[in-house]
Design a protein around this ligand. Structure first.
Ligand SMILES: [Zn+2]
Length: 181
């Protein structure tokens, strides 16, 4: 990681080295507390001793301060891509495609570690992962709209009936029966 990076936040201060994990360094802005990590450093770290990959922990107390504004890469000033970490109203991490730098807002790296994703960043950043999350997100939005429209009790009952129907060997005939006058 370039040790002379200046943060792209308003303070524009020089970023300082910070340890993300054993043998994994990033740089951090003392002002906005954002961190920049080079994917190359992460790859070298992952390829090393697997025993030092942090384990997932149940840490509900992590506060993530995700900035929704687009961010400029501190190294090259290009706009960074915002990538989903999971489906739903969650945070996103920023990536500079040109420099292969990741930006973590305060709490984001810790949240990634706690979910057991610290060693899986390459998967998380892949098109497949991102597409899957997008599909999940669309489905969740649709389901939330249905629940608002018909009420939770109705949708729960529908789910129960659907689950039961799926166990029936004559599922399609039963469905046709239901629809018949
Ligand atoms: Zn860049």
């Amino acid at each position: 990681m370039n040790p002379n990076l200046k943060c792209s936040c308003a303070a524009h201060t020089a970023m300082q080295p910070v340890a993300l994990a054993e043998a994994l360094l990033a740089v951090q802005c003392a002002d906005c507390e954002g961190m920049v990590m080079a994917m190359d450093d992460w790859r070298a770290w992952k390829a090393g001793d697997t025993a030092r990959l942090p384990h997932a922990v149940d840490d509900e107390l992590i506060e993530v301060f995700d900035t929704t504004a687009v961010r400029h890469c501190p190294a090259c000033d290009r706009l960074m891509q915002r990538l989903r970490v999971s489906a739903g109203p969650d945070f996103r991490i920023d990536r500079c495609v040109a420099c292969q730098n990741l930006w973590f807002d305060p709490g984001e790296w810790r949240a990634i570690v706690s979910r057991g994703l610290a060693g899986r960043l390459d998967e998380l950043l892949s098109d497949g992962w991102q597409r899957r999350l997008q599909t999940e997100e669309v489905r969740e939005v649709r389901l939330a709209a249905l629940r608002r429209r018909y009420g939770n009790e109705c949708i729960d009952e529908l789910d129960r009936i659907r689950a039961w129907l799926d166990t029936q060997p004559h599922r399609d005939e039963l469905l046709a029966l239901l629809r018949a006058d």
